[in-house]
Design a protein around this ligand. Structure first.
Ligand SMILES: [Fe+2]
Length: 252
């Protein structure tokens, strides 16, 4: 039978009181060994990495991503962020967001995602929901809450004409501004089934042309400096022949 009071008729301490005493003893006990804390940190890091890999696999299955694309994007985003002096724990959020920024496209019908022709305004509105879907998925994973906000805002524009919240300039989280620039560049230089990728120099020119309107000007300049240094490497992933048609928003 359950007792209603922590003290019984004989004045003996109840199980609750014993638990309280136990917790006080635990507080007085020496703190966990540094080695154990390190182990737990490592376990947490591995769990985060495994979660990102599993979700990335899912994107591959839906043909929304490729391992190379997401790894490249994350590397560029992290390097730009490092150059901007972003703190270590924020770098991890940017890495997750760079890899999984389009995860919400799992909620968009294939008939719209793979439509070869021009999208209707209604279809475009459905595609634009992907940043909110991505936020809704990632925010449920412990440790990915901040990354989910970067995903939510990765299609905002500096001039306030983006989506979903029409944030402007520095209202847009820094990580989301970085992902926006590197994702646009990667989309421009990559080959797709329906078009050939742009040469890197042309993609950089287009980034600069949209600097201050679509993209954060400081981030564009940092990224272009980085891309210029690595042109030979980037050129390997760029189709050398011909210019592609300009990208529509849903192609990025
Ligand atoms: Fe996107």
């Amino acid at each position: 039978m359950l007792r209603e009071s922590p003290v019984d008729e004989r004045g003996e301490v109840s199980a609750v009181a014993a638990l309280l005493r136990g917790s006080r003893d635990a507080i007085r006990a020496p703190s966990p060994e540094p080695l154990r804390v390190k182990e737990l940190d490592e376990q947490l890091r591995q769990m985060r990495a495994a979660t990102v890999c599993a979700l990335n696999q899912m994107l591959d299955l839906k043909d929304l991503n490729t391992g190379v694309h997401s790894t490249r994007l994350a590397e560029w985003a992290m390097r730009v962020a490092e150059q901007l002096g972003v703190a270590e724990h924020d770098l991890r959020d940017i890495e997750v967001a760079a890899i999984l920024h389009d995860i919400g496209k799992v909620g968009v019908p294939d008939s719209i995602l793979n439509k070869p022709g021009k999208l209707t305004p209604e279809e475009r509105a459905v595609i634009e929901k992907h940043s909110e879907y991505g936020w809704a998925i990632l925010r449920l994973i412990p440790g990915f809450e901040r990354a989910s906000l970067l995903v939510l805002h990765h299609h905002e524009r500096t001039d306030g004409k983006g989506y979903p919240a029409r944030l402007k300039g520095e209202e847009i989280p820094l990580g989301a501004r970085i992902v926006s620039v590197v994702d646009a560049f990667d989309a421009m230089v990559s080959n797709r089934s329906y078009r050939q990728g742009l040469p890197a120099e042309e993609a950089m020119r287009r980034l600069r042309a949209d600097s201050g309107t679509q993209f954060d000007a400081t981030i564009v300049e940092r990224f272009v400096q980085l891309a210029v240094q690595e042109l030979p490497e980037i050129s390997q992933i760029v189709a050398p022949a011909g210019l592609a048609a300009p990208l529509s928003p849903e192609q990025t």
